[in-house]
Design a protein around this ligand. Structure first.
Ligand code: TXA
Ligand code: MG
Length: 328
């Protein structure tokens, strides 16, 4: 992380324009290393409400507040345990969100009325430039309509949200590709509320203890709804060794089938493959873009090969399972 060279130059006029809009209550889509966010000044209640409206997201689902650096933690969180400082210094800026007891700066509009706030420092030069210039916090969920696949390019955002947003900052494709890992540090036992772009093993290494995944919390976490990150086509999960059999079975039912899987997987030549590498970090990086590409071709069903269940493979399997879950 962080080693990727970004060839795209930052245009200071674009940063300036984004900051101006945000100061005036605007809503701006901006790149992070995980996915594109739909950002509003976290202290502007009307702007935050507009984010919920654009997304079509229930107002009780809390948002992550993005901050410029670890030194801002204590203005948003009234208790900053040593575990938070350890994780922040190890992984910020990066794909890690910490849930901590809030200060009044984190309003009900952002937290859904809870006594905790989710905080992260994103690792993208444009997001950091905007945050530093603004000097405050940005409430930013992923810049997609509620329940749909998250955007990992500016084009995805423009296609999904069109003129509903005031400005889209184009920072190129996201380097991590799945949302941040959310760690709850607001109670005795640290827990992972959402597996994401930082491997659980990394969190455990720094904390020196096992950190359980607890996705069924009392808090409404949208990413934890059974059906989420869903393309239009149906999604069927398969371990790589059973993928070919599933494809043949579904084709036998007269369905138009596409496959999300590694190049090493042999398939009949007339079955379209959307290349999702075997290595989990590579799979995470391209997952959402491939889901979109596959979906644009109008397949009835996508057979998705599951990566190994370790590292970022946990997050990829989690998102694929939600994409495959029954829709309402
Ligand atoms: O990588 C990311 O985290 C991206 C980029 C844009 O930073 N953002 C993102 O936001 O995924 P969103 O809103 O799509 O997901 C935020 C998650 C939600 O599931 C929300 O419920 C949870 O964070 N969350 C926010 N505040 C919380 C809190 N106080 N306690 C527990 N969960 C919280
Ligand atoms: Mg989201």
């Amino acid at each position: 992380p962080g080693a990727t060279v970004r060839r795209r130059m930052i245009n200071p006029d674009h940063i300036e324009r984004a900051v101006e809009l945000l100061r005036r209550g605007g809503v701006v889509a901006l790149p992070t290393e995980t996915v594109y966010g739909l950002a509003a000044n976290a202290e502007d209640e009307l702007a935050v409400r507009r984010v919920f409206a654009i997304k079509g997201r229930p107002a009780t689902h809390p948002l992550i507040v993005h901050i410029p650096g670890v030194e801002h933690l204590s203005s948003w969180a009234r208790e900053v345990p040593e575990t938070a400082l350890r994780l922040a210094s190890a992984f910020w800026p990066g794909p890690l969100t910490l849930v901590l007891p809030r200060t009044p700066r984190a309003t009900d509009a952002v937290t859904g009325g809870q006594d905790t706030v989710a905080l992260r420092v994103p690792n993208h030069p444009m997001a950091l430039a905007v945050l530093q210039k603004l000097g405050g916090g940005l409430a930013a969920p992923s810049a997609n309509r509620f329940g749909r696949v998250s955007p990992t390019t500016a084009e995805h955002v423009a296609r999904d949200l069109g003129s509903d947003v005031d400005f889209v900052l184009d920072g190129g494709p996201c380097t991590v590709g799945v949302e941040s890992t959310i760690v709850d540090l607001s109670s005795e036992e640290p827990a992972i509320l959402r597996p994401g772009g930082l491997a659980a093993e990394e969190v455990e290494r720094v904390l020196g203890r096992p950190v359980p995944v607890r996705t069924t919390s009392k808090v409404r976490v949208s990413g934890s709804l059974a059906s989420h990150y869903a393309p239009r086509a149906g999604v069927v999960l398969a371990e790589p060794r059973e993928a070919l059999a599933r494809v043949q079975e579904l084709r036998g039912q007269g369905l138009r089938v596409g496959v999300l899987g590694p190049a090493s997987l042999s398939l009949p030549t007339d079955v379209p493959r959307f290349d999702v590498p075997e290595d989990p970090a590579g799979a995470a990086r391209v997952l959402y873009a491939r889901l979109r590409e596959a979906d644009a071709q109008g397949h009835d069903v996508l057979v998705a090969c599951l990566p190994a269940a370790s590292g970022l493979g946990i997050a990829v399997r989690d998102r694929l399972a939600r994409a495959a879950a029954p829709r309402e």
